[in-house]
Write a protein that binds this ligand. Structure first.
Ligand code: AMP
Ligand code: MN
Ligand code: MN
Ligand code: MN
Length: 276
């Protein structure tokens, strides 16, 4: 059985490793099939592809699209896309273009909470000009002493209801899924266990996702507990969706799970790679 890791980030979004370093690390950790899924971006794929050929592993062209659904932000992982699809490229550009003004709004909100200079501070951690994310703010806030680690910054400053959180409109769910399909790819609902939507909200979300043409959900994710692996395997089956899995690796010291550290896919689901 090949070892799949279908969710990871590089310096082209908010990861800490270059695509080449990420791929080399995946190969050294026994990953056979790796998807690079930078937020709203595909620019790291050529470098990753060259590194994968060199390391003798398979690279899946991916991305992780930011989506607004009801009052929530969701992530939809795209797998096996054509990264040159004009529809997808344009869609991703539209999502990315909102990030800079959003970052200024985040900085303003933090300034009102007494934290100045956050935009410039976050920019010190940005590694791709079009992609500033909350992670970059979090890294700066750790540096500036507001918290000991990135996940504490999120808890205290950057999540809904906290001083540095701002509402933002991303793509819609049908848009994201259509772009992915137009680019020949599969649409995977990322880390469904992470959304604070409640029990009925989760049912509505899974139904909306499936009805909009979604293909799979992440069953295995570093955001999930072992109980959630089982829960989402069941939900995948019930909603007629395939099952995916990825570490969502962002870099040494920042991720709960390293590349390839996923348990086997639970029985009874159809893996997203079934017909690859
Ligand atoms: P953004 O796309 O700018 O909203 O940033 C989203 C990114 O922030 C996610 O992809 C994660 O890398 C990171 N993130 C979100 N929530 C948390 C959290 N609670 N702890 C650590 N990182 C988080
Ligand atoms: Mn991220
Ligand atoms: Mn995500
Ligand atoms: Mn991710």
């Amino acid at each position: 059985m090949p070892r799949y890791d279908l969710h990871s980030h590089s310096t082209y979004s908010d990861g800490l490793l270059s695509p080449a370093k990420l791929v080399a690390r995946a190969a050294s950790r026994g990953v056979d099939v790796l998807a690079l899924t930078d937020h709203d971006e595909v620019a790291g794929l050529p470098e990753a592809r060259a590194a994968a050929a060199h390391a003798g592993i398979s690279l899946v062209n991916g991305s992780e699209l930011s989506v607004s659904w009801e009052s929530h932000t969701l992530h939809v992982v795209a797998l096996r896309i054509d990264p040159e699809s004009p529809t997808l490229v344009q869609g991703l550009e539209n999502i990315r273009s909102g990030r800079t003004t959003r970052a200024q709004r985040i900085a303003n909100a933090l300034a009102e909470a007494g934290i100045g200079g956050a935009y410039e501070g976050a920019m010190k951690y940005v590694t791709s000009e079009e992609l500033i994310s909350r992670t970059h703010f979090a890294r700066y806030l750790v540096e500036a002493g507001y918290a000991n680690e990135v996940k504490d910054v999120f808890k205290r400053y950057l999540t809904p209801g906290k001083p540095g959180y701002v509402v933002h409109e991303w793509a819609t769910l049908p848009q994201a899924i259509d772009w992915i399909h137009t680019a020949g790819g599969q649409a995977v609902l990322a880390h469904p266990g992470r959304y604070k939507v409640g029990v009925s909200g989760l049912r509505r979300l899974l139904a909306d996702f499936r009805d909009a043409g979604g293909d799979a959900i992440e069953v295995l994710s570093s955001s999930h507990t072992a109980a959630q692996f089982a829960e989402f395997a069941t939900l995948a089956r019930v909603y007629g969706l395939m099952a995916s899995g990825g570490s969502d690796y962002h870099g040494p010291g920042e991720s709960r799970m390293d590349l390839g550290d996923l348990p086997p896919m639970p029985a009874g689901v159809v893996p997203v790679w079934q017909h690859w």
